[in-house]
Each structure stands twice: as C-alpha cells, then as structure tokens.
Design a protein around this ligand. Structure first.
Ligand SMILES: Cc1cc2nc3c(=O)[nH]c(=O)nc-3n(C[C@H](O)[C@H](O)[C@H](O)COP(=O)(O)OP(=O)(O)OC[C@H]3O[C@@H](n4cnc5c(N)ncnc54)[C@H](O)[C@@H]3O)c2cc1C
Length: 406
C-alpha cells in the first residue's frame, strides 16, 4: 500500500522472508481462503482436491513449518530471529487468518515432541520437519463442551476440572471424554497436544498435557463445524473411549509446575502470536478500505477525496498502527528479555482482534452496499475478525486471568 511502513531497519534476511511469505500469501493463501470461505458445507473444505491442501503443501515446501524446530531435528530455529517470526505471523494473518491459525496449530504437537526425552516422540518431530506432503497434521485439544473459559479461570476448583480424564493403569493412561467442536484441525489432525484431567480434586491445576496420536483405538471424530468466520479453518470434536495412551506420552504430568516454569523462563505464549497475526488482519482491512475508496466514484470524484472518508481512513490507520506497534513491542519483549509478560500478551490479543473487527466494520461503511456483498473480501475479513475475539479464549476471560498482575 502507498503509506510507508515504519519497519525501515529490517535486515536483508528479514526482508526476504517477509517478501517470500507476502508472495505466498497473495498468490496461494488469500485466493484459497476466499474460495474455501464460500463452500457451504465445511466437509468440502477438507475434501480431497480442496484448495486447503495446496496451502498445506506449499507452506511445507517453502519450509515455513520448520521455523520452530532446531537444526538437531532438521529445522531452522537457529537461523530465525524475533523479527522473522514476527513478519511471518503478520503476513500470514494479512493473507487469511483462519488458514494462518490452521498452519500454526498444525506444528504444535511436533514442536512439543522436541522437548520430550522420549526417542519415538523426538523421531516424530523429525518426521514432521521432513514431511512436505502434509501427512502429519497437529492440533491443540483443550476446549470441551462443558469447559471453555474454565481452562484459564477455573484454577483449583474441582467443579471446573476437565471432563476428559486420564487414569493411570500400569504403563498406560486410560483416556475417556470429549473435546469440543472448536478444536482447530480437529477433523484432519493426526496428532494432538491433549489437555487431560489427571487429578480432578485439583481442578484445572490437576491437568496433564500429552502428545496423543489420533489413530489410537477408541478415538473418533465428529462432523466439521459450520461457523460464521474463519471458515477455511477446519474445526471438529474428538471423542475418547477407553483409549490406551502410553504413559511416556504424558509429557507434562504436572501442569502447575509447567506454568510456574513458563512464567519464570520467558518466551512467547500462544496469545503473543495471536496479537501479531490479527494485527496483520487489521492491516488487511485497512488496505481493502483504501483500495476501494480510491476507485469508487461518487459525487464525480473517487470517494477518498471526500473529507469524511479521508478522516475515517486516517482513524483506521491510527488504530491499525497502534495495534501493530503494541504487538511488536510485546512480542519482542517476550522473545528477547528472558522474561514473559502474560499481561501484555493478553492485552495484545485483545487490542489486535478488536482493532481488526472495528477497522473491518469501518471499512464496510466505506464500501457502502458493496461491503455487504459476497463479491468483496471485506465482509469475510469482518467475519474472520469477529471469530478472533472468542478464539483461543474470550477476550474478557483472558483479561480476567491476568488482570491481578496489575
Ligand atoms: C476460531 C476459533 C478457534 C479455536 N481453536 C481452538 C483450538 O484449536 N483448540 C481448542 O481447544 N479450542 C479452540 N477454540 C475454542 C476457544 O478457546 C473457546 O471457544 C474459548 O475458550 C471460549 O470458550 P467457550 O466458547 O466455551 O465460552 P464460555 O467459556 O462458555 O464463555 C461464554 C461467556 O461467558 C464468559 N465467562 C465464562 N466463564 C467466566 C468466568 N469464570 N467469569 C466471568 N465470565 C466468564 C466469557 O467471557 C464469555 O463471554 C477456538 C475457538 C474459536 C472461535
């Protein structure tokens, strides 16, 4: 777009990464997202021959799935820096938020496998890095039909304990229960990061985190979820009936110790990435608004020449740049300071998702009637942004979980 980008000091490597992802976003991700969004039945999104698989495969061919994996596993984490992670996430969000989330969730179980002192899980991490066909797909299975915000707010209250339970018998956990239809990649994943209740008397603090292959006997799936926004993102429920999971796959048996170490050790949380990603979507909404205002003629001139449109665009520009700046500052702090501010990460997720929603809504106003038409992408961006205010935690619930840090 014609306005200048303040990231003037990117290195050549960072610029070439940004440009590569931008091209992939414009040529593959955005067009696929637009096409997948229009499919009435979400079953068709994941059908053989769907454009979804072009996105998965090209993402892998470009090596973008390897960025969080160390060289010891065939990855490229050591060649990455904070700004490279930032530009990849923002460009993916700019291209299509739902598909960006799908790609991100995909690597989660395999990234966890790197840290597990279990040879077969470490092999799995290597296999994922080598997999350019998208045969291995991950998901993050937390939410349950009866437990959404409870995951962040339930604490030690036994009433809030997970319904998916794991009972240790010998060398195996016997898993029973159901994860909600909200699990991203839920119908297509081969492996899950599975949050499971181990000691219900400790509420959410009694949970463990396992790597769970989803082809184990006793696992079944529901139908793909049909929803308002981020429609290219597959979501579906997962059922567990007397599933025998090897004990060694429970890589984090004590959640409270894990959370303490995480707070002390620094690093990103999933909300850091969400803040950056939806800053990208907010920018996409602004750019759609500017492009339309330049070409739509009313009163004999392009509408961008009318003062009300000019001021509206300027306000949208300020909001987008404020959200992106906050996200970048928070993301850099969490990556480089050795500490981690959950307070800022949650605030960043709130600011970026609400900015994307507000800016997309204002852009629809600029489009007039055309903003409501399926012929233009702005109504899709609006719906995608709306979903984000609930995705990975309702914004208010996330805020309540950290507000005491003030
Ligand atoms: C696009 C998208 C992608 C997602 N991807 C995944 C995924 O990959 N994996 C996964 O497991 N889940 C995923 N989710 C689920 C998501 O994390 C949950 O929807 C979210 O945590 C909210 O849970 P809920 O929908 O059950 O709402 P609820 O928790 O029922 O909340 C309903 C309302 O009540 C309020 N509320 C709830 N509890 C409290 C409280 N204690 N105090 C005050 N107010 C409260 C909330 O703020 C909210 O306004 C996804 C969701 C979306 C929309």
């Amino acid at each position: 777009m014609p306005y200048s980008d303040l990231d003037f000091n990117l290195t050549d490597e960072q610029k070439s990464m940004r440009d590569m992802v931008r091209k992939f976003g414009a040529e593959v991700v955005r067009p696929a997202g637009v096409e997948l969004d229009k499919l009435a039945d979400p079953v068709d999104v994941i059908a053989e021959g769907s454009k979804l698989w072009d996105v998965f495969k090209t993402y892998r061919e470009l090596g973008l799935h390897k960025t969080a994996f160390s060289k010891a596993f065939g990855g490229m984490a050591e060649d990455m820096d904070t700004m490279m992670g930032y530009v990849i996430t923002e460009e993916m969000g700019y291209a299509d938020a739902g598909l960006a989330i799908s790609m991100g969730a995909c690597s989660m179980p395999f990234a966890y496998c790197q840290m597990a002192p279990v040879p077969e899980l470490q092999d799995l991490a290597r296999q994922y890095v080598e997999d350019t066909e998208a045969n291995l797909i991950g998901c993050w299975a937390i939410t349950e039909p009866d437990h959404g915000s409870d995951w962040g707010l339930g604490g030690e209250d036994p009433k809030c304990a997970p319904s998916v339970r794991g009972v240790l018998k010998g060398d195996e956990y016997i898993i029973n229960g159901q994860k909600a239809a909200w699990v991203s990649n839920g119908n297509i994943a081969t492996h899950a990061v599975l949050h499971v209740g181990l000691d219900p008397s400790k509420g959410m603090m009694g949970q463990g985190i396992a790597i769970c292959p989803l082809d184990l006997p006793g696992i079944s799936r529901g139908k793909p979820l049909n929803k308002i926004g981020q429609r290219p993102l597959n979501q579906g429920e997962i059922f567990f009936e007397d599933v025998q999971l090897p004990k060694k796959y429970m890589i984090i048996p004590d959640y409270s110790l894990f959370m303490e170490a995480r707070r002390a050790g620094g690093g990103q949380t999933p909300m850091s990435g969400m803040a950056v990603l939806f800053g990208g979507l907010a920018k996409a909404a602004l750019d759609e608004g500017i492009a339309y205002a330049r070409q739509r003629v009313q009163g004999g001139v392009p509408i961008i020449e009318h003062k009300n449109i000019k001021l509206k665009l300027f306000e949208m520009f300020m909001q987008v740049e404020s959200a992106r700046s906050f996200a970048r500052r928070m993301y850099t702090f969490n990556a480089e300071s050795g500490a981690s501010s959950l307070l800022h990460a949650m605030a960043g997720k709130w600011i970026s998702t609400e900015t994307a929603f507000k800016v997309a809504s204002e852009a629809i106003q600029i489009f007039g009637g055309n903003g409501l038409s399926k012929e233009y992408q702005i109504e899709k961006i609006f719906r995608d942004a709306r979903a984000a205010m609930i995705e990975d935690g309702v914004n208010e619930s996330l805020a309540l979980g950290v507000a005491d840090d003030l």
